[in-house]
Design a binder for this molecule. Structure first.
Ligand code: DHB
Ligand code: FE
Length: 285
């Protein structure tokens, strides 16, 4: 039986990807941030997942405003880094896991989540930056990657509750898969930031730390937070945090917080990272 062996929440700031690509991790601005990643990379090294499910949002790279899937699952065998206007990031292509991805598509859709199935999807910084955060700059990614894209760009995005429930459905799907894959699920985006309008530059570290606490210990009540609350407290792009609830829903009610890192600022963002493990097997929400 396949198994979810951990969950990671990670911001996906493009400048972090650029710093890695340009090998600027030791520079004055970046060194204090990258130091905080070391325990998380060590954890990934130890866990050695076969597959990462990366829950992220596309920033109008694969999907324009002509077509806006609420949830889109990549079932291809390969996903190329997107060209976001300055050439694709110099990172390896992602190797998918079509068999597990199709199993996920089938079980999620039969579980009443109307997932869009995607055979061809370039992946932008929303997906590739968390991979760089977790794995550095390897010549190939050390595991298969299944991208799961969530609309948080165009109102209305799904509710936090829907994202949390999707995570639970993902867990049931992985539990029912007859392979022996070890799966890490990654929720990306956030934390507080606003890239536009009167409040551009907004950061609310107090909210972000409280979000992390609630994500760990009170995920069910966090799932009820309304969109407007994210906008008010965490800025217009803070809504990306609902994707962390997909990750949290895929874990058990009782989790162990293995690592937390928080750094303000990276670019315009309050940057968060968290690693969670299930306490005991078979204690599903
Ligand atoms: C930034 C953060 C994001 O999440 C994003 O998608 C784009 C830019 C930033 O902080 O610069
Ligand atoms: Fe973003």
């Amino acid at each position: 039986m396949a198994e979810i062996v951990g969950g990671v929440g990670s911001s996906h700031v493009p400048a972090v990807g650029a710093a890695i690509d340009k090998k600027q991790q030791q520079e004055h601005y970046w060194a204090p941030f990258f130091e905080k990643l070391e325990p998380i990379r060590d954890w990934m090294d130890g866990v050695r997942p076969d597959v990462c499910i990366v829950v992220y949002n596309d920033h109008a790279s694969a999907f324009s405003l002509e077509l806006i899937p609420t949830f889109a699952l990549g079932v291809a065998s390969e996903f190329l880094p997107a060209d976001e206007g300055y050439g694709p990031r110099p990172v390896p292509p992602l190797q998918g896991h079509p068999e597990l991805a199709w199993h996920l598509a089938e079980s999620l859709i039969l579980d009443a989540f109307d997932i869009t199935i995607v055979n061809n999807m370039p992946v932008d910084h929303g997906c590739t930056v968390p991979l760089s955060v977790l794995f550095g700059n390897p010549t190939e990614w050390p595991c298969s990657i299944i991208p799961l894209c969530v609309n948080v760009i165009q109102y209305p995005p799904p509710t936090g509750r829907r994202c949390f429930d999707l995570g639970k459905s993902i867990k049931r799907s992985i539990d029912s898969y007859l392979g022996d894959e070890r799966v890490v699920i990654v929720g990306t985006g956030g934390m507080s930031h606003q890239l536009q309008g009167e409040r551009a530059g907004l950061i609310n570290a107090e909210f972000d730390l409280a979000f992390l606490d609630r994500l760990v210990s009170e995920p069910d009540s966090q799932a009820d937070m309304a969109h407007i609350e994210y906008l008010r407290e965490a800025g217009s792009e803070g809504i990306e945090l609902i994707m962390w609830l997909v990750m949290r829903g895929a874990l058990d009610l009782e989790v162990r917080e293995v690592h937390r890192a928080h750094h303000v600022p990276t670019s315009n963002t309050s940057n968060g990272l968290i690693v969670l493990e299930n306490l005991v097997a078979g204690n599903s929400l």
